[in-house]
Design a protein around this ligand. Structure first.
Ligand code: AMP
Length: 106
């Protein structure tokens, strides 16, 4: 079943897109928990970090390199946090894996 992030990727619902590649989309979080708060979302539908397989190794590294690139683009490259919430019991609300990038700057 498609998550809200798939609907965003497919432009069925609007979002504030800050970066996009063939495999990844980066959007501003709708309820930011820091001055800068974006979500790095693979277009591939993977439910949570535990569902990544070895075949996703390059996608996972692409997420990290995208974080570096977006942090630079948003002017927070000197001070930011990356966070995965893994499973609902630890606060994962959207069942489509995503990496939070947060910063108190910009
Ligand atoms: P998590 O709790 O790790 O699953 O994070 C999900 C995040 O998605 C939360 O920080 C929400 O504020 C954010 N979110 C939910 N719906 C949207 C949306 N339509 N556009 C942007 N961010 C969203």
């Amino acid at each position: 079943m498609s998550s809200i992030f798939t609907k965003i990727i497919e432009r069925e619902i609007p979002s504030d897109i800050v970066h996009e590649t063939e495999n990844i989309i980066v959007i501003r979080d709708i309820a930011p928990k820091a001055k800068t708060h974006v979500l790095i979302i693979p277009k591939k539908e993977v439910r949570t970090v535990d569902d990544f397989g070895k075949e996703d190794a390059s996608l996972i590294s692409e997420m990290i390199f995208t974080a570096q690139e977006v942090a630079t683009k948003l002017g927070v490259s000197g001070a930011y946090q990356l966070q995965f919430n893994v499973w609902e019991k630890w606060g994962q609300e959207v069942p489509h894996v995503h990496l939070h990038l947060l910063s108190q700057y910009n």
